[in-house]
Design a protein around this ligand. Sequence first.
Ligand code: BGC
Length: 614
Amino acid sequence: MKKRKTAAMMNLNLKLIMKLGLTSIVILIITGTRHPAFAATPSDSAKVEQEVDSLLSRMTLAEKIGQMTQIDRKYLKSDSDIAKYYLGSLLSGGGSSPEMNTPSSWAEMCDGYQSYALSTRLKIPLLYGIDAVHGNNNVKGAVIFPHNIGLGCTRDSALVEKAERVTAEEVAGTGINWAFAPCIAVARDIRWGRTYESFGETPELQVEMAGAAVRGFQGDSLSGHSLVLACAKHFVGDGGTTGGKDQGNTVCDEATLRKIHLPGYVEAVRDGVGSIMVSYSSWNGLKMSANKYLLTDVLKGELGFKGFLVSDYAAVDQLQGDYSEEVKTAINAGLDMIMVPEHYRRFISTLTGLVNDGKVPMSRIDDAVRRILRVKFAMGIFEHPYPDSSWTATVGSPAHREVARACVRESLVLLKNKGRVLPLKKNLRRIVVAGKNADDLGNQCGGWTISWQGSSGDITTGTTILQGIKDAVSKETDVIYSRDGSGAKGADVGIVVVGETPYAEGAGDRTDLSLSDEDMAAINNLKRAGIPVVVILVSGRPMIITKALKEANAFVAAWLPGSEGEGVADVLFGDYKPSGKLSHSWPKSMSQIPVNYGDTKYHPLFPYGFGLTY
Ligand code: BGC
């Protein structure tokens, strides 16, 4: 792929530097000014533009507004509405699955929807979106990767690219052509329930991983070879809200917003990301879905984003005024596709009325549809509207699970290893494993797994951390599971797996991140048995661990590792050395939050980047 500097972009950067001063120079140097890799070559681009022009000129207003409409499949009144309203896109929100949750029923379902779109006069194919945020996580049997917080600790962007390529194959294998990922939030306050969806607290990590993830999904450019359209989210400042409140308000000046929260988008655009989701959150009191300056002037203008902007789920309904006012504000601000997701007839008639009354200019509608069609043509889905069904057999394959297992072991961060208790020998006589997260696939996967919020228990195919330990040790070793850690006397070592249970979005906002009484009791019971204690923390963020850390001989942060629990054993038993580095500063107490690398007073329990090895 050729990356060029254009005179126009250099000019723009000069203007920016004059406007924003020195801090921006640093960002611009880091992020560079390559030409967006939106299509493989300039001639591909020109061809796409011609196709778009020709199609757009033949479209009625109803067909155009249909392209701008996205609904959750569960709200479709009748499948034939796809054709009747010329819908441009459907989605499955978290857990919006077919009755039989198998890869082939997903593929069948999506192919069925696509055939309605192709039955229309202009045969414009659908984009079908899904939150494939750690693997194709709604689908039973799909490989579940560690959530982004763990991937950030790997500092291994090549591995992240590989992981997203695997995810893209598993998404394509279910008949789906659009992933609402990567989430490139910069989580600045770990009380936020979406902290684990972010690669970490610094823009450097966001930049490092954003491009890799986009390339993993789409390839080097958006083209007929792209398996899946990527969607960077949530633009912009979602991780900067006051108090870590989900969908809250990010209060900062523009230079700070550009320095902390924007660089990942510069990178994603440069790597040709075809879609970007606009955040529910506000910036200095103004909802992002209403922020014309940031959506249109900065993202589409300055950064040269050529793809389309999709709203978040029912986000438009949160704007001010009646529904008509809300839709007008969002579309005029620059949103191109609206994740309605339910009352689509109302959305379509409202937007039609606004255009007919001159309140939304036709030029804005044309720009939105042009952007959506550009992505559809560039991806080649007019020629190949049905993803290649040969990917279906790869969903959850051993080869895919191997990649996830590598992600797990690289994401582990060793925080303490007193007396070099780790690595453990594989031929110990007796190991007691304790804790509520030791033998719970749902807990180790976290939110956004099979359902939106995730849940405890045997929710899909995979290996628990306990099973991984059992598989790793010698035939002579007894591995005993005691949830509360009782009866551990006489064992060689106790391994206790504690932490959080699943949540997603605002349901995970917390004011207290201490370990539960149940977790502390399990740790203390092992301790009382007089054996070395290894604590493994399964959580979507750093927690307050000062007491537990004192009791532990060794302490490992495992984040939300996903379906491949063997990755934990790989490191515990020394087949691989720990190499993970913290993607977050680790606070001593709740009162120290927020704490971020670069703060003037910076005395965390463990600094950003910390991680021991053997
Ligand atoms: C989330 C998005 C997600 C969308 C669709 C929203 O609630 O904020 O991240 O992509 O739902 O499921």
